[in-house]
Design a protein around this ligand. Structure first.
Ligand code: ADP
Ligand code: GN1
Ligand code: MG
Length: 386
């Protein structure tokens, strides 16, 4: 890996020699490495990331999206210090990405060799890399561990992100993953996976499959509201986990929102709801035991989010927030279980049953959210009226 990372740093024209590298194990999709270089005077730190090409089929357009989004945010806050923004480096070809492959003779940069990528580069040896500034002295949270302040701060950070993008023309973005939160499509894909059952794993998940089937109609609630023109499409983040915010390690000040790969047209209630799913609960994403919604954390996130978004959201959007949390939790249960049935090709797993456990934990949380739907709605009303 060291030789490859050194080559990547050279192609991105970074000064100095690679002195340190470390894999960062968080995130289910891409592969991130911390790298440090020394030029005899100064140590400089960066993040090199291999994009999951199987998941993001058009990563060049995705990088263009990210450029547009980061420029828009910069235009709102032009004096933002370096530590509070993402700065993507460019290769000699002027690209904010590098496509490479390893051969017996060494590494090949596709922009230099001019070789064709073929129809399905994700099934070849070509790799898609990007490189940006490493945010020093930062931390991201895999769980809030009951700390309501983390939720409040995250709500403010994602609320501000949504607010800053409200005047961004969604038509300028390419959908980096088509049908990403199209829950009717997700349900269809899920039941296709159940029907195919290529590994004979469906028998093991009969109960979970039945639960998803019982709630299939509910999963489409927000899709139907979009069709009726009741909910506006905004530019949203679409993956608002607390590990996609970098906080200052000492003060917990939210420095920067990362993982902009799925920034595209979407619903505010999913950006609201996905943090609730991930962090306003009592267990980790793949932990079935003890998994519940935590209404204290829910209130804290709602307070933070609405402090930024109350004046932006329509009445119908405000009404949709609690539904969004439940729908996205059910969506994730179906995605994790579909991936388990199809052989774990999408989400990175640490052990063979992790996707099944993730689905079970998400279904446990979903049931608890449905049982507390009225409580969530009441808290949202109270916070909005305060
Ligand atoms: P994934 O798509 O795999 O979730 P992310 O872009 O979220 O990839 O990055 C994975 C993890 O790497 C993050 O959760 C964070 O801990 C760390 N990370 C990402 N970007 C930076 C950065 N610029 N500085 C410091 N840490 C980072
Ligand atoms: C993935 O990449 P990461 O870990 O931030 C996934 C999200 C899921 C999340 C579940 C591109 O996010 O949609 O909600 O896992 N990202 C993609 O933890 O599919
Ligand atoms: Mg991430």
């Amino acid at each position: 890996m060291e030789a490859k990372l050194a080559y990547i740093c050279k192609q991105f024209r970074l000064p100095g020699e690679l002195i340190l590298q470390r894999w960062i194990p968080t995130g289910h999709i891409n592969t991130a490495y911390y790298v440090a270089l020394y030029d005899g005077k100064e140590v400089r730190q960066y993040l090199a990331q291999k994009i999951n090409w199987y998941v993001f089929r058009d990563p060049v357009s995705m990088m263009r999206n990210i450029d547009l989004i980061t420029q828009h945010i910069m235009s709102k806050e032009p004096t933002l210090e370096r530590r509070r923004r993402l700065h993507f480096h460019h290769t000699a070809a002027g690209n904010n990405y590098l496509i490479l492959k390893e051969t017996a003779e060494g590494f090949v940069d596709q922009s230099e060799s001019g070789e064709s990528l073929g129809e399905e580069p994700w099934n070849t040896d070509w790799e898609f890399w990007r490189l940006y500034n490493f945010i020093e002295n930062s931390v991201s949270f895999e769980t809030a561990e009951g700390n309501a302040e983390i939720l409040r701060i995250s709500g403010k950070a994602f609320g501000k992100f949504n607010r800053q993008l409200q005047d961004f023309d969604a038509g300028r973005l390419v959908e980096s993953i088509p049908h990403f939160h199209d829950t009717v499509y997700r349900m269809n894909s899920f039941f296709d996976a159940v029907a195919a059952d290529p590994l004979g794993r469906a028998a093991e998940a009969e109960e979970e499959i039945a639960q998803i089937r019982e709630n299939r109609e509910f999963a489409g609630t927000l899709c139907r509201q979009i069709e009726r023109g009741e909910l506006p499409i905004r530019v949203t983040h679409n993956d608002t986990k607390t590990n996609n915010i970098l906080f200052d390690r000492d003060t917990h000040d939210p420095l920067v929102i990362i993982d902009l790969d799925t920034c595209m047209p979407g619903l505010a209630c999913y950006d609201f709801g996905d943090t609730i799913r991930f962090a306003a609960c009592t267990a980790e994403e793949d932990q079935v035991e003890g998994m519940q919604l935590d209404l204290r954390l829910f209130r804290a996130y709602t307070e933070g989010y609405l402090a930024e978004m109350k004046t932006v959201l329509s009445e119908a959007e405000l009404e949709s927030l609690a539904t969004g949390a439940a729908v996205i939790t059910l969506e994730l249960a179906s995605r994790f279980l579909a991936d388990y049935l199809l052989g774990d090709k999408y989400f990175r797993i640490d052990d063979p049953k992790q996707n099944l456990r993730r689905a079970q934990a998400q279904l446990t949380l979903f049931r608890d959210m449905m049982a507390h739907m009225e409580d969530m709605r009441r808290i949202i009303r109270e916070v909005a009226e305060a």
